[in-house]
Unconditional design. Sequence first.
Length: 258
Amino acid sequence: MLFQVKSYLNFLFNSTNQHGVHSPFVFNLVTKCFYDKKKYPEYTILKNYRKSLLQNKNTIEVTDFGAGSKVFKSNTRTINKIAKNAGITSKRAKLLFKITNYFQPVNILEIGTSLGLATSAISLGSLGTKAKITTLEGCPKTSAIAKKQFEKFNLKNIETVVGEFSKSLQLQTSNFQLIYFDGNHSKQATLEYFELLLPTITNESVWIFDDIHWSQNMEEAWKTIKQHPKVSITIDTFQWGFVFFRKEQPKEHFVIRT
């Protein structure tokens, strides 16, 4: 916890808003997407999706292949507590919806479905393009809950894949326009997934890494990613790290408050 407090204070000291951005690409992203205040009707669906999970007091045994939880001491967990403590926040879900809606990707990969809170935001944001979403989850029982939620809220553009991420990723050969990394908050796994998926990048690829300041190891992974020669632009929003591979852009790193 102390590490994250120090990281956040450092973030606040170094961060800026649109007024400190001189890249037209990043300026447009910040002003037209990050700071978009429009009340989208899809936000009501996101709210109801979350509400249905928060009302679910059933218990499941979670299979955790990742770096573990800082909240749960046992793998036996109630659905509502997973949604409350481990799921994406309402604010982040809205931002993920806006990002998907802004870039309009047609082929999307999510690493770490959990209960599908982030998946639902991506799905709703991409309905206009009839995008295909492939979401990977290591825990069969968690994935089963997410599948029921997708059916309940009529989210039909989602394909779920259950299994260890490293094995599942080796089978992914598509060129994804958007990848959301939220599956294993360890340096080794994050960099492994990064390298495995590099062959799929295009000039329009948008990669989002969750919890880049979760630990010292995750910060080290983020620094390594930023330095990669194929990476042109990165944006640190504290919770998320955005990575772009635009060949026409000079290499720049931004720290933006959202």
